[in-house]
Structures are given as C-alpha cells and as structure tokens.
Write a protein that binds this ligand. Structure first.
Ligand SMILES: [Zn+2]
Length: 320
C-alpha cells in the first residue's frame, strides 16, 4: 500500500534541509510532492531551488528518488526509500510559453497549478476577480496534458478551475483544497468544483491547514472529516490527502526579493486574518493516525487506503 502526500513545502531555498521529508517517510509516506515555486517567486529563485533539491536527492540515493513514474514510486516503497516529485504553484514561471511545461517536467515537476491566488495571463486565482481561462491558458492545458503532468486546480479561481477541468483531456486534481461546504474560506472549493473534478476522474486531496479545516489545532480526525465529505459527495475514489505542511527552517529566508507584499498574495479579506484564523499545520504524525481516523469517519480500511494513496496512484498512472 502506497501513501501519497500530494503537497508539502520546504523552504524555497537551494540549501533546504530534507530532514522533514525523512520524518514524513518515517510516518508512512511513500511519495511526496514538494513545491519548487509559486507565482510570487522569480525564475532565478525557482531554478536555484530545483537545482538544489535535485542535488540533495542525487546525493542520497539510499534515501530519495526523484520519481518519474508510478513504477518508481512502487519500487521506492519496496526498497524503503522516499519517492519525491516537484510541483509548481502558478503559471508565471512558464514565461507564457507552453513549451516550458515539458521542460519543467524534465526537471522533475509532476504537477502544476496555473494561478497562485491571484490572476495572471494564463488563469484566474482564487483570491482575485473571477475570470476564466485565457486563450493562452487553453494552450497551456493542452501542453500539460501532452507533457504527462498532473493538472492541479488548488489556488485557482472557481470559474477558471471549472474551465480547466472542462478543457483537460486527462484527470485533474486539487492537491490541497478543502470543502467550502464545511468551512467558509476563499481557498476552499465548492461542491460544483468537487463534482467537476470527479467527472474528470480526478481526486480532491484535503489539506491539514487550520484555517481551511476550521479548527485551531488540526488533527487527523479533522482531515478525515473533510476527506469523508468529498467521499460522500462524489465517491471515495475521488478523495485524497495533501496536508500542505510548510516546514520553515531557521536561517533560511525564502522571501521573494524586492518589495514583497504578503497581503497581496494572502489577503485578509479572503480569510487570512491570523487573529481570527491562524495558520497552523497538522504534524507529520498525522499520517500514522489517518487510517484509523478515516475509519472513525465511516470508511472501511480498504476505502481509507484508497484515500491515503490508491486514488492518486490511479490518476498518476493515467496522466504521467
Ligand atoms: Zn499551496
């Protein structure tokens, strides 16, 4: 049984320590997708992060493999090492060129968003004026499908995510998004979005972030409750896990250069008022508690295994 963690964040710095990934592995995770850049990060930062992360993975073949196939993940699970993939959160580092999608794929990027909270020339963000997929965005969807990269609609605007899912010839995922019906937050997704994702054959992976779960100290039971909502709405084969733990590391500043304005990317009005809704993360040990928590939420052990990895394996097998 493979456990699939659809999204985690190390510092966006080439020297980032992979020790937190070792902790995820020890907690039972077999594959983890880690962020290598968002729309706010300049290309120089994104490239140096990819270079640094690739060097760390290559230096420890006894601990990590940069996965390019489901077979790589299954082999890593058998060998007791952690399979890693990269994800890109936003289309701005694609420089408006569909050909860049396959280049990122060759560098290890296995899943891709088109917008990070704000609108760009490709797509609409979830914390901006509602806008659809642009003409360039449609060409980008085709490029993502052709490159064998997972199309990811977390952080994307509602209308735009529906248009991406309608345009995609392959299953689409939400790698870290929670049901809006359970918690009113601008980052959470509507039942319509969840149904559209399921209609592509995709998976909605629920996060373990406090503000999106609607609890100050999130636990495995909170995550399980959100996964169970998705399962009840569209079927257990469309629910997954992307805890979205951000592993900050002392001394590694990954703030984008220049006059970086965090309130532009994470506006208070969208639900990021930390006095009301502080952002804390479930611990990595959540992975050890998830199987029983999902069963307490009404699933069988086989259904829990689908949510913890089987569903994303199925999708990756079709898309990669
Ligand atoms: Zn994210």
């Amino acid at each position: 049984m493979v456990h699939w963690e659809a999204h985690a964040c190390l510092p966006l710095h080439p020297q980032a320590d992979f020790a937190p990934l070792d902790r995820l592995h020890a907690a039972g995770v077999n594959y983890v997708s880690i962020n290598i850049g968002m729309d706010m990060n300049p290309l120089a930062q994104v490239m140096s992060v990819i270079g640094g992360f690739r060097r760390t993975i290559a230096a420890h073949p006894d601990r990590y493999v940069l996965a390019s196939s489901v077979n790589d993940i299954e082999r890593a699970a058998t060998d007791g090492i952690l399979a890693v993939g990269f994800d890109l959160e936003g289309a701005m580092p694609l420089l408006e060129q569909p050909a860049m999608v396959a280049l990122y794929r060759d560098l290890g990027v296995r899943q891709m968003h088109f917008a990070y909270n704000r609108n760009n020339s490709v797509a609409g963000g979830c914390h901006d004026d509602e806008r659809g997929l642009t003409a360039l965005g449609r060409r980008m969807v085709t490029a993502v499908n052709a490159a064998g990269v997972l199309m990811d609609c977390s952080h994307t605007g509602r209308r735009c995510s529906l248009e991406i899912m309608a345009a995609s010839a392959k299953p689409v995922i939400f790698s870290h998004s929670n049901p809006l019906a359970l918690v009113l937050h601008g980052r959470n997704v509507t039942d319509e979005q969840i149904r559209a994702c399921a209609a592509t054959g995709g998976v909605v992976c629920v996060s373990g972030v406090s503000g999106f779960l609607g609890t100050r100290t999130p636990t495995a039971d909170d995550v399980a409750r959100h996964a169970a909502y998705v399962a009840r709405l569209v079927g257990v084969e469309h629910a997954g896990i992307g805890l979205d733990i951000s592993f900050h590391q002392h001394g590694l500043d990954d703030t984008p250069p220049g006059n970086f304005d965090a309130t532009w990317w994470w506006p208070k009005s969208a639900g990021y008022d930390r006095s009301i809704s502080p952002m804390t993360y479930t611990p990595v040990e959540t992975w050890q508690a998830l199987a029983s928590a999902l069963q307490r939420a009404g699933m069988t052990s086989d259904e829990a295994a689908l949510v913890m990895g089987g569903n994303m394996l199925r999708v990756a097998r079709r898309v990669w």
